[in-house]
Ligand binder design. Sequence first.
Ligand code: ADP
Ligand code: MG
Length: 165
Amino acid sequence: MKSLPYFCRGEVVRGFGRGSKELGIPTANFPDSVVEHLPSDVNTGIYYGWACVGHGDVHKMVMSIGWNPYYKNSKKSMETHVIHTFKEDFYGEVLSVVMVGYIRPERSFDSLDALISAINSDIEEAKLKLDQPEFLKLKTDNFFSSSSHSPSAATTAENSIINGH
Ligand code: ADP
Ligand code: MG
């Protein structure tokens, strides 16, 4: 995929309450403005990369890009599971991510257990891949230390500029 690595950030919004948290795998949702800027070659499926909340530490992440049922599957959604245990929810904070690589396409599962074990193996794959030097260096990219982490500064215009850096 030509567009990777892909940098973006946006305010964390409420999802559709599909109970990801109850599965032990909460996913932070980006607003439509961020999703709409995704380059067209970024297909639906599972990605891995780096993420940071506000000015916090940079953690490994897995992201699901899927078809958004709220819009009758005509729009994409981007949901990030940060591989870190947070003390509190962070709705309204700015989530900054860099998508680094692709793991697998979207698929449906016969059972909740099958879904959970697939996600857990995605997480293990992400952890291993991100330890490679070429991916590890993105963890310290200036993108994560730049000042524009307030919700008002995380504008859509900025998202498109960031990627040209
Ligand atoms: P929603 O349907 O609103 O997205 P989820 O059950 O998917 O609800 O939970 C997502 C929320 O959980 C995030 O918006 C964030 O505030 C919180 N959260 C706590 N820990 C994490 C984490 N490790 N990764 C992603 N989100 C987390
Ligand atoms: Mg979610």
